[in-house]
Design a protein around this ligand. Structure first.
Ligand SMILES: Cc1cc2nc3c(=O)[nH]c(=O)nc-3n(C[C@H](O)[C@H](O)[C@H](O)COP(=O)(O)OP(=O)(O)OC[C@H]3O[C@@H](n4cnc5c(N)ncnc54)[C@H](O)[C@@H]3O)c2cc1C
Length: 399
């Protein structure tokens, strides 16, 4: 009988395991892959605030970005730059390995090649059913944390439902040729409903990726070909990996003896798909709630509801505004995106937003609200009579 079982040794699961083991709890981590960081499509772009929550290790930071070119569907671009580093590009697989190693060093026990099929509360404990190296078995603990990423089966088996809306993602590593900084691409032919990116990860390599609705395979293949033709990357044997990103959190992230964190709970930004920082912030609140509840031996859902109240206080509005901004963007056609680019450029909206203290890498809601209050942008959207404008029409006026 462990104090806590953590399901999933991704970044959020290993962080949770580390923090609980550090507090002296017996922790067991169950991971279906044979080793940490085995399969990841994550680009690993994080802010300074996020970096500070992560362990430092050689080779973890691959690149620092302080500027980016944002391309319209027709290929025009706006360049944004700040003096200081705005984002760190991390080696996500190496980071997952390091985090698991550090959690192990604190006493957490890891079982790899162990696939969890379900978790249910049984009187004074939680029973986790798993198949280990093909053999069925069970694990028991006082509490469990579901950190299994976007795989929905476990939250469903625990009666907590599942994330219903996802973006599909793809990423490949390529040889870097003639490209100096981060580039972001928009347009229905490139990444419908979202965007694509090229991010330097060393002097010799870049990560090329995208998010979209539907199957990302034809889009990532076309993007890699286009970038090769443009001389930005070298034709190479691209190793493409795929993943999904939740766009909306599940409605309940707790029940008796169980909490849900990270992508499993839908705690990622619907604007950019970044899930590392918000997942870690919520894991920290899960650990705090579990620590207090384990100490008084009250792991009832009434008590654990505190976790959801805590993370909602930090993120609920942020995620709701980000989701709405994503929906707005998703509804725009290429002509409308092109028009908005023109307005932004003509009125220097990007420059005034960049100068605003509200703009941060992680928190987008304030800058979204700032942007839509911009008179010239509002007027132009009204003129466009863009269908998406109706999405926020009432809200901007009442604000
Ligand atoms: C293409 C792409 C690019 C991205 N880029 C960024 C980025 O630049 N910055 C950023 O912040 N975020 C990015 N993300 C999002 C980020 O990867 C996730 O938000 C983050 O990995 C969530 O961490 P997690 O620990 O909750 O889940 P995961 O990292 O998915 O970990 C879940 C773990 O649970 C394991 N697991 C699943 N099911 C079971 C089971 N049944 N039994 C046992 N183990 C199981 C999995 O094998 C995995 O190891 C990106 C995502 C994609 C798809």
């Amino acid at each position: 009988m462990y104090d806590v079982i953590v399901i999933g040794a991704g970044i959020v699961g290993s962080y949770t395991a580390h923090e609980l083991a550090r507090l002296g709890y017996s922790v067991c981590v169950l991971e279906k892959q044979p080793r940490p960081g085995h399969k990841t499509s994550c680009t690993g772009i994080v802010s300074r605030a996020c970096l500070e929550m992560l362990p430092a290790g050689p080779g973890i930071i691959q690149w620092e970005a302080h500027s980016a070119k944002i391309f319209s569907p027709a290929g025009k671009y706006i360049r944004v730059e700040r003096d200081s580093t705005q984002a760190y590009i991390l080696d996500r697989a190496a980071l997952d390995r390091l985090m698991a190693k550090q959690a192990k060093a604190k006493g957490a026990e890891f079982h790899f090649s162990t696939t969890v099929s379900g978790a249910r509360t049984d009187g004074n404990c939680v029973q986790v059913q798993a198949t280990r190296h093909g053999e069925p078995g069970g694990f028991t603990a006082r509490a469990a944390v579901i950190a299994s990423g976007s795989a929905a089966g476990i939250t469903r088996s625990a009666g907590l439902g599942q994330v219903h809306e996802y973006a599909q993602g793809a990423q490949a590593q390529a040889e870097r040729k003639n490209v100096a900084e981060v580039e972001v691409y928009s347009g229905a032919g490139t990444a419908p409903g979202f965007f694509a990116w090229l991010v330097p990860s060393s002097q010799a390599h870049v990560k090329v990726g995208l998010l979209c609705r539907g199957n990302p395979k034809p889009y990532i293949t076309a993007l890699l070909e286009r970038l090769t033709q443009q001389g930005k990357i070298n034709q190479a044997a691209y190793d493409i990996s795929y993943g999904t990103i939740p766009l909306k959190p599940i409605s309940r992230t707790y029940t008796d003896r169980l909490l849900v964190v990270g992508d499993a709970a839908g705690q990622a930004k619907p604007t950019t798909g970044g899930g590392i920082y918000f997942g870690l912030l919520c894991a920290r609140l899960a650990v705090q709630t579990l620590d207090e509840s384990l100490k008084i031996n009250d792991l009832s859902k009434r008590r654990l509801a505190l976790y959801q109240r805590r993370w909602h206080k930090v993120l609920k509005n942020e995620l709701a505004i980000d989701y709405w901004a994503h929906r707005f963007y998703q509804e725009l056609d290429d002509k409308q995106i092109e028009h908005i680019f023109k307005i932004i450029e003509r009125h220097g909206i990007h420059e005034s937003l960049l100068a605003s203290p509200d703009i941060t890498f992680d928190w987008h809601s304030l800058v979204i609200l700032d942007a839509i209050k911009h008179r010239s942008l509002q007027r132009s959207l009204e003129k466009l009579k863009a269908a998406p404008f109706r999405l926020f029409d009432g809200r901007t006026r009442s604000n």
